[in-house]
Design a protein around this ligand. Sequence first.
Ligand SMILES: Cc1cc2nc3c(=O)[nH]c(=O)nc-3n(C[C@H](O)[C@H](O)[C@H](O)COP(=O)(O)OP(=O)(O)OC[C@H]3O[C@@H](n4cnc5c(N)ncnc54)[C@H](O)[C@@H]3O)c2cc1C
Length: 218
Amino acid sequence: MRFWAEEQSHDRDRTLPTDVIVLGAGMVGLGVALHLQKRGRDVVLIDRRGAGEETSYGNSGLIQREGVIPYTFPREFGAILSYAINNRSDVVYHLSALPRLAPWLFRYWQNATPDRIERSAQALAPLMAQCVQEHDALIDEAGDAAHTLVQHKGWIRCLRTEESLGQAIANARRLDTYGVDHAVLTGRNYASSSRMCRRRSSARSTFAARRPPPIPAC
Ligand SMILES: Cc1cc2nc3c(=O)[nH]c(=O)nc-3n(C[C@H](O)[C@H](O)[C@H](O)COP(=O)(O)OP(=O)(O)OC[C@H]3O[C@@H](n4cnc5c(N)ncnc54)[C@H](O)[C@@H]3O)c2cc1C
């Protein structure tokens, strides 16, 4: 595989033959390029910057097996209001960008009905079931240094109120059908396993992934 950062590409012979050009060297482009290479393709991966320097760099660093149920546009008035007044840590927007974003946001909202979310989750399920073992394979190939960057502990979500805990438990139960394990921790059992969030949160839920069944051959 050859990697061209856009500023370097001017210096190179652009007429080199290749089987495939992959545009964008984030997690998705890199994954695609590596798998094409494994299948014997000659691949050129191109990015305007270095590899993995945009969203795939600045994220929370979780291999998000539970993301099989996508993040959707909120439907509760209170949540919409807090996003609208820019009072959130998960989304920040510039008012001047709103006209450009509005059509996209409208479609995002349209797709947040329960049946569309369910359809989306079912379509994602075979892919998401593989995400932990696919990352493990890449980590193995990358060697010891990559192993030191990864912990196989699942992750813990801390909730501040009984109401938000109830909602989180209901959401977590929906993940049962997709093979994502979760446990609800309260009080002492949590305090004995971790010091994180002890002061600020009232209850927690944790997520971990079961090993998935193999994807059927297409
Ligand atoms: C705040 C935040 C937290 C997140 N936390 C998590 C998490 O914990 N776990 C998780 O699984 N997901 C998380 N995500 C989502 C995840 O980071 C993204 O889904 C993922 O990184 C998308 O990868 P990508 O390759 O599609 O995009 P990117 O990583 O953005 O890669 C796209 C690449 O394309 C290049 N590019 C774009 N346009 C051009 C062009 N015209 N010419 C050349 N190159 C171009 C860019 O430079 C970039 O390198 C998070 C996202 C955000 C925003």
